[in-house]
Design a protein around this ligand. Structure first.
Ligand code: GLA
Length: 359
């Protein structure tokens, strides 16, 4: 028969073993589970940086990306005026809490300021003027945050959506030809030689897009352009990519000697669509157990892959914090809710969270 003393001793041994584990489970976040693999980040707006969302960010993540605040339109609204408040507040938050920052982005065809492509008469500017403007912009923004931003998405989405075409026929391309891409990287490197520099795009695992992204990256590498790697936006879904597509893409890009970062991860519960459309009659938008199950499988597959390729994939960032608010609500279908993240609308960990941290 066990004495009371033996039972007490047994209980304290159990406590000694399990208490630290339960405390770890309560306090640990994604960043802790992944500390031997890669930084785990999230895209934020200044409004996310207080209250419960701020606590969640600090508990779970060790990297942040400004969702909009550093895009050229918001941060550089007039030729001679920058708007720093939002971007500064994000960088200051990161500094206070020891988070890394990924800068996003320096050159894109969307969210550009009205003044950028025209002169005071309203005429389209020359290539020389536009490249000078790009240089001034990149020097000013990158130098301001030198040492505080460890990586930049330098050029965003330069490949055409039409699979039979190569570079997107954007205002950048129309005015400068393909040169603006290499120049943007050169300016960024001059402004902060330590910063890691990325080309960032979506659908980078689809074979047709993958080949065109590869072609662009290869040109840049062959020209000696200072590029560190490729950002896979990873606006994925329960339908794509497959494990095979993801693996092939990672290996293909890495064969150029480039690193890969996952820059805008979410797993939509709907198939990818780009063009806006109205909601169809009867189109459901609830998070059914079937959808949750498929999303869990997809999250598990992609994080298995991130761990497998930890020598190539040097960061993962989620695009928004929780299902309470995601850019995929209303896009591309106004009035339709989406559930693409690891935290639910009450900021609680979803089941997929457990799948991602169990390995
Ligand atoms: C692209 C951009 C992001 C963001 C999303 C939509 O992926 O790179 O900055 O605008 O579209 O939110």
């Amino acid at each position: 028969m066990q004495t009371l003393e033996q039972i007490r001793r047994f209980r304290s041994i159990l406590l000694l073993i399990f208490l630290p584990l339960t405390t770890f489970a309560q306090k640990a976040g994604l960043k802790d589970y992944y500390k031997n693999y890669l930084p785990v980040g999230v895209a934020v707006a200044p409004g996310n940086l207080n209250g419960n969302e701020a606590s969640l960010i600090i508990r779970e993540f060790n990297s942040i990306t400004p969702e909009n605040a550093m895009k050229m339109g918001p941060i550089h609204p007039e030729e001679n005026r920058y708007y720093w408040k939002d971007a500064d507040s994000i960088v200051n938050f990161a500094q206070r809490h020891g988070l890394k920052v990924r800068g996003h982005n320096l050159c894109w065809h969307e969210q550009t300021p009205a003044w950028l492509f025209t002169d005071s008469q309203g005429d389209t500017v020359s290539k020389e003027v536009l490249l000078q403007r790009l240089k001034d912009h990149i020097y000013t923004v990158v130098k301001r945050y030198k040492g505080k931003i460890y990586a930049w998405d330098v050029v965003n989405e330069a490949i055409d959506d039409d699979s039979t075409k190569f570079l997107r026929n954007s205002a950048w391309y129309k005015i400068c030809g393909d040169e603006f891409i290499a120049k943007a990287f050169e300016y960024a490197h001059e402004a902060d030689p330590q910063a890691l520099l990325f080309y960032n795009d979506y659908n980078t695992e689809r074979p047709e897009k993958r080949e065109r992204v590869y072609r662009l990256l290869k040109q840049l590498v062959d020209q000696g352009v200072p590029i560190t790697g490729v950002g896979l936006q990873a606006h994925w879904s329960i339908f794509e990519p497959s494990a095979g597509e993801l693996q092939t893409a990672i290996e293909k890009y890495a064969s150029l000697g480039l690193k890969v970062q996952i820059t805008e991860l979410d797993v939509s519960v709907y198939p990818w669509e780009k063009n806006m459309r109205s909601r169809r009659p009867g189109e459901q938008d609830s998070f059914t157990p079937e959808l949750e199950e498929r999303q869990r499988e997809q999250y598990k597959m992609i994080f298995d892959m991130f761990r497998k390729y930890k020598n190539i994939i040097t960061g993962v960032t989620f695009w928004n914090i929780s299902d309470r608010h995601t850019w995929l609500d209303n896009y591309p279908v106004p009035g339709r809710k989406n559930y693409p993240l690891l935290f639910d609308q009450n900021l609680r960990r979803k089941q997929a969270y457990q799948d991602v941290i169990t390995f």
